[in-house]
Design a protein around this ligand. Structure first.
Ligand SMILES: NC(=O)c1ccc[n+]([C@@H]2O[C@H](COP(=O)([O-])OP(=O)(O)OC[C@H]3O[C@@H](n4cnc5c(N)ncnc54)[C@H](OP(=O)(O)O)[C@@H]3O)[C@@H](O)[C@H]2O)c1
Length: 321
């Protein structure tokens, strides 16, 4: 049996780990997993030499600069983001094209501004059944419009971070040959294997909920920024299938189904965990942050079947923990 060599960069990250697992489970692949210790991808000369020596069939870039707010506040951080999110993917796409390898890169819903005209409606979130003070109950019959972005929609990032990711997409398209740019949003899964790694929303909210229960307080969660969650193992499996199906090169949206606000997602988490936690919806202005986020950035795929509902993926994730 001939095996294909797949090089995974950022292999200790939240997505990188899931990618390593899904390819290592398949004997048709020989997996080379690199993170910062093996190769600093921002040294693009060294990176090109190392890749040329390895000559992989597939290169998957799961490295990331994800500090959305730091990048907005600091020029130094912005420079790091430009390097990792724009220059590096461009160089990798060029390397892959020279070696006739398949190249996969990831991007984000934050390339969009959230102003897409409404194309659909969804049931109201049943805001605060407990009728907490200050909650405007909208009534079950009302629908809240949301804007679903397709792969062909024009990006218009609101933040510096979003801009660096959009520029990265353009670099990959310009320099790449057989490439896939996969956009995702709100990633969750096992945290990256690095000291102080960012935990996903659900891990944080579980801890916040346990504290609220102990203290007898309510958890506040933003009832806005509607988008979809993406479960790292589901995204990793879909990445592998996109490659194996020999899909045409280009942009793909891959997220779990079930658009929701942070508030709705927190309520679902506590419901699944059977935790009796009081959750209050608050507007995004209750948690001011340096970088502007799109108010609505649901990604819809027009190229592949949608992934399972995020609640099913979340149950699986919680069972594994
Ligand atoms: N997380 C989200 O919610 C989200 C949302 C939308 C899109 N995305 C995209 O999804 C992809 C994967 O993100 P993720 O959340 O899995 O990222 P992550 O958990 O932060 O993992 C990134 C990995 O890349 C490594 N890395 C960073 N700089 C490096 C360098 N110079 N050389 C070598 N390795 C380096 C990191 O190591 P260190 O830990 O040592 O830095 C880490 O292991 C990215 O393209 C990201 O933009 C993520």
């Amino acid at each position: 049996m001939t095996t294909k060599t797949v090089l995974i960069l950022g292999a200790k990250g939240m997505l990188g780990q899931a990618l390593v697992e899904v390819f290592r489970d398949d004997a048709r692949y020989s997996v080379i997993a690199w993170d910062r210790e093996e190769c600093d991808v921002t040294d693009t000369t060294m990176l090109s030499q190392a890749i040329a020596q390895l000559w992989p069939d597939i290169i998957i870039n799961a490295t990331a600069y994800n500090a959305v707010d730091a990048c907005e506040e600091s020029d130094e951080e912005y420079a790091k983001a430009k390097k990792l999110n724009t220059e590096v993917p461009g160089a990798l796409a060029r390397n892959a094209a020279q070696l006739q390898a398949t190249f996969v890169h990831y991007s984000t819903d934050y390339v969009f501004d959230g102003e897409r005209p409404t194309v659909n409606g969804r049931p109201a979130p049943g805001c605060c059944e407990q009728k907490c003070k200050g909650c405007q109950y909208r009534g079950p019959e009302e629908t809240i419009p949301y804007r679903a972005y397709q792969e062909i929609d024009d990006p218009r990032p609101l933040s510096r971070y979003g801009q660096t990711k959009y520029e990265g997409e353009k670099q990959v398209a310009k320099n790449g040959s057989h490439y896939y740019i996969i956009r995702l949003s709100k990633l969750f899964g096992a945290p990256a294997r690095a000291e102080g790694a960012k935990r996903s929303f659900f891990d944080v909210m579980r801890e916040v909920g346990e504290k609220a229960q102990r203290d007898g307080t309510c958890v506040k969660a933003v009832d806005g920024e509607i988008s979809c969650f993406t479960y790292a193992p589901d995204l990793a499996a879909e990445t592998k299938t996109i490659i194996e199906d020999e899909e045409p090169r280009g942009i793909y949206h891959v997220v779990n189904d079930g658009p929701c606000t942070w508030y709705e997602a927190a309520k679902e988490l506590y419901k699944i965990l059977k935790m009796d936690v009081c959750v209050k919806p608050v507007p995004p202005s209750a948690f001011p942050r340096p970088a502007q986020r799109p108010s609505s950035s649901v990604l819809r795929t027009t190229k592949r079947a949608p992934l399972r509902d995020y609640r099913d993926a979340l149950k699986e994730y919680l069972m594994k923990k």
